[in-house]
Write a protein that binds this ligand. Structure first.
Ligand SMILES: NC(=O)c1ccc[n+]([C@@H]2O[C@H](COP(=O)([O-])OP(=O)(O)OC[C@H]3O[C@@H](n4cnc5c(N)ncnc54)[C@H](O)[C@@H]3O)[C@@H](O)[C@H]2O)c1
Ligand SMILES: O=P(O)(O)OC[C@H](O)CO
Length: 334
């Protein structure tokens, strides 16, 4: 029997992941807020707002009615901005069945609570860890919709559930690996956006590859420090949701976080950069929540601090670079 999937959120990654699921053989109902977009998906099999000219598989249909999308779905895939998930899910939760698996595509931390998306899902729906999964890894949506080969991670504390999801999103161009370390995969995904901003800032300032490689490597060190304090498996940070995603985000002009940082490094103001960014750059808000999380776990995250200083406290990039470089000397493993 064909598996039914709901993807709630028809932005960049929601649309690309719906394509993966449909290419892997499921029937996918994509929920979008705007009737014009729903109409375009159903009539023309395209999402003109995000991927003009890309033909979506026949297995995808769209609706503005979340209840219609959720009804009968084995997996409900959540693809909205991290900061709106709580409110969205509160409205959707009464429609979600007791056996449905909830899948987070999001890479952010909730501002105010410092909660990971899996924690918000558990809190709002009451779902246990065997019904909450996360997809992460180096998955720039514009490359995925061109069906360029990529690998990803599907994480769930229950390995059999992770394997079911793996099967549901395994295609000729998308190779998902299972992982039971949900926290590690989520921390990797959320913090890489913040490091992507930092690398973008450096690039925009005209700094070169030594600077960028140093930020990536020390960024991974601070990601792992936070993850370990939260109970993550250190090996996850050497994997696709850690190093893999960091490399993609920090090297690609397709990354919204990287581009946002580069605009700031070039001298654009935060307001100008926000105006120029049509899509979700999670690190911009999540950097403050990541720092909050670090404080709660008594962890130092100097690069995340530098990003907050620039993005939220208006410090000029050259000043934060100077501050970062004048920190006291220490052993590499601390
Ligand atoms: N784009 C990528 O390449 C990519 C890859 C992996 C993970 N992600 C993650 O996926 C998540 C979603 O990102 P995206 O790229 O799809 O962003 P996006 O900006 O392209 O799309 C977000 C979607 O959410 C909708 N939305 C915005 N505000 C909303 C609200 N208040 N209520 C309901 N819906 C709302 C938008 O209309 C849009 O359809 C982010 O956490 C991002 O980090 C993105
Ligand atoms: O465009 P970004 O910066 O949100 O990054 C997209 C994906 O997370 C890359 O894996």
């Amino acid at each position: 029997m064909t598996t039914r999937m709901a993807v709630l959120g028809a932005g960049s990654w929601g649309t690309a992941f719906a394509m993966i699921l449909a290419d892997a053989g499921s029937r996918v109902t994509l929920w979008a807020r705007r009737p014009e977009l729903v109409d375009a998906v159903n009539r023309t099999h395209t999402n003109p707002d995000y991927f003009p000219g890309i033909e979506l598989p026949d297995g995808i249909s769209a609706t503005t009615d979340p209840a219609a999308a959720i009804a009968g779905a084995e997996f409900v895939v959540l693809a909205v901005p991290s900061q709106t998930l709580r409110a969205n899910l509160a409205a959707w939760a009464p429609r979600i069945g007791p056996d449905t698996v909830l899948v987070s595509l999001m890479k952010g931390v909730e501002l105010g609570t410092a909660k990971l998306m899996s924690e918000v899902i558990a809190e709002i729906t009451g779902a246990g860890p065997n019904r909450i999964a996360v997809v992460s890894g180096p998955n720039l949506a514009p490359e995925i919709v061109r069906r360029e080969p990529a690998a990803g991670v599907v994480a769930c504390r229950d390995e059999t559930v992770a394997e079911r999801l793996q099967h549901a999103c395994h295609t000729a161009y998308y190779r998902p690996y299972t992982n039971v370390d949900v926290v590690g995969c989520e921390v990797g995904g959320a913090v890489k956006n913040v490091i992507g901003l930092a690398v973008g800032i450096a690039e925009g300032m005209g700094l070169g590859d030594n600077t960028k490689a140093s930020l990536i490597t020390r960024g991974l060190a601070e990601t792992a420090r936070l993850g370990l304090a939260m109970g993550a498996d250190p090996l996850s940070f050497a994997g696709l949701a850690g190093m893999g995603d960091l490399v993609a985000t920090c090297s690609s002009p397709l990354s919204r976080n990287h581009t946002f940082g580069a605009n700031l490094g070039r001298g654009m103001t935060v307001a100008e950069t926000i105006a120029a960014t049509r899509q979700t750059a999670e690190g911009v808000t999540s950097c403050r929540a990541v720092l909050d999380l670090a404080r709660r776990h008594d962890i130092e995250m100097p690069i995340a601090q530098m990003v907050v200083d620039v993005v939220h406290d208006g410090k000029p990039p050259p000043l934060v670079v100077k501050e970062l470089m004048s920190r006291s000397a220490k052993p590499e493993r601390r």
